[in-house]
Design a protein around this ligand. Structure first.
Ligand SMILES: Cc1cc2nc3c(=O)[nH]c(=O)nc-3n(C[C@H](O)[C@H](O)[C@H](O)COP(=O)(O)OP(=O)(O)OC[C@H]3O[C@@H](n4cnc5c(N)ncnc54)[C@H](O)[C@@H]3O)c2cc1C
Length: 381
């Protein structure tokens, strides 16, 4: 492996870091406590080309490679776990349109996200089908000029605020996972309802249940080919899992840096915390896990940029970075002591927010299953 950041990527990191430390960190507590979506920060980030930055320039994006997108997400989430990840996940629904959508769909939907007008969403999970995607029941049936969708989805990020959502539905239920298709639907259409869900953390994220009652979707809003939805999703996950891994890496770094600074300042028994061996060992382990996660995340992204995407490595990066974020944020709270448990400390928020990372975009158990299938020679790429 011969990987290093380019000059442009290093400059990008510096610029994103300055933006994130100025706009995200100081406002994070406000958005967390009020539990409102950071619209104004989304718009400012979009102006600089940091929202859905991989989208081509003719649809308002910055046409960046995945390594550069990882840098942006990492820096956003290092600045704050909640607001940073809210801005990074504004692009969630875009890759399905970017890779499989028509020119008309790209023009109509991607430009609204890159301009900061709306975040986007992708709805896969259902009340009875999470890890087992193929068990979804939401049904799309053909009708004159389009499709009628009935069913429901749950835990959909940006589900109640996004102007549009990519919805996965069964078009041929008898074909199992080979009978799933993707549609792009608009929030204002008749038959679309959304209900926000209250969560443990990520308070400024919108996470919603969606209900579709005889929702008419025009023919032109099928994304890509009928019945190809499952295969499209596999391609989507290859990159989206690296995106989640980058967010979790950033959260781990943010919590670690705050804990390190605190350990240098806080004194107990006449010495700084960092001079106690028990605290030194925690910080050493945190540092080591973060460095290992970084290598995995950047290697997985670099391979995608070279056209050599490796689903097992994407899963390994997501698995390791999200488990690292949970452990590191846990230890950060411990190093802060009682202050770490209070709402006055930032690490309290990082700890709550990081917890979701081992669940969404495929749980840690599902990532291990993907890696094991690859080891057994059952996944080819
Ligand atoms: C904050 C948040 C945001 C989310 N955003 C989105 C979104 O934008 N779009 C979307 O579609 N979904 C989203 N999700 C849903 C998320 O992807 C699912 O929660 C996740 O895939 C797990 O599905 P489940 O909750 O139904 O759990 P289940 O599938 O019911 O799993 C329960 C537990 O059993 C384990 N398990 C399941 N099957 C196996 C097995 N075969 N072997 C071993 N263990 C197994 C799981 O790992 C888990 O620990 C979000 C979730 C959260 C919490």
């Amino acid at each position: 492996m011969n990987f290093e950041l380019s000059e442009d990527q290093r400059i990008l990191r510096q610029a994103v870091r300055e933006f994130a430390e100025k706009e995200i960190t100081p406002n994070a507590k406000y958005y967390d406590e009020k539990a409102i979506y950071p619209w104004d920060i989304l718009k400012k980030a979009a102006k600089l080309g940091y929202v859905a930055p991989d989208i081509p320039e003719n649809y308002g994006g910055s046409n960046l490679d995945l390594v550069s997108c990882v840098i942006i997400t990492e820096e956003f989430c290092r600045a704050d776990s909640s607001v940073g990840s809210a801005i990074a996940t504004a692009s969630l629904g875009c890759p399905m349109i970017k890779y499989f959508g028509s020119d008309e769909q790209k023009e109509r939907y991607l430009t609204r996200v890159t301009s900061g007008k709306t975040p986007s969403a992708i709805a896969i999970t259902e009340p009875d089908a999470g890890s087992d995607v193929a068990a979804m029941k939401t049904r799309a049936e053909k009708t004159d000029g389009g499709w009628i969708i009935n069913g429901s989805k749950t835990f959909i990020t940006n589900g109640s605020i996004s102007e549009w959502v990519v919805v996965l539905a069964k078009t041929n239920p008898e074909l199992g996972y080979k009978g799933i298709s993707a549609f792009v639907v608009e929030k204002e259409w008749d038959g679309f309802e959304a209900r926000p869900i209250k969560k443990m953390g990520l308070n400024c994220h919108d996470t919603a249940e969606l209900f579709f009652k005889n929702l008419f979707v025009p023919e032109n809003n099928l994304v890509g080919t009928e019945n190809a939805g499952f295969y499209q999703l596999m391609r989507f996950f290859n990159e989206s899992r690296i995106g989640v891994a980058a967010a979790q890496l950033g959260m781990a770094e943010g919590a670690y840096e705050r804990a390190l600074n605190y350990a240098k300042q806080r004194k107990t028994f006449g010495r700084a915390l960092i001079d106690h061996q028990a605290i030194q060992f925690k910080l050493a382990d945190m540092f080591t896990s973060i460095e290992a996660a970084k290598l995995l995340v950047y290697k997985a992204a670099w391979l995608v940029d070279k056209g050599e995407a490796n689903p097992a490595l994407s899963s390994a990066a997501k698995l390791y970075a999200s488990e690292t974020a949970v452990k590191v944020t846990y230890e950060a709270v411990q190093i802060f002591g009682g202050y770490g448990y209070s709402k006055e400390s930032e690490v309290e928020r990082f700890f709550r927010d990081a917890r979701a990372g081992t669940i969404y975009e495929g749980t840690s158990e599902i990532q291990r299953m993907v890696i094991a299938r690859f080891l057994a020679g059952k996944i080819k790429f």
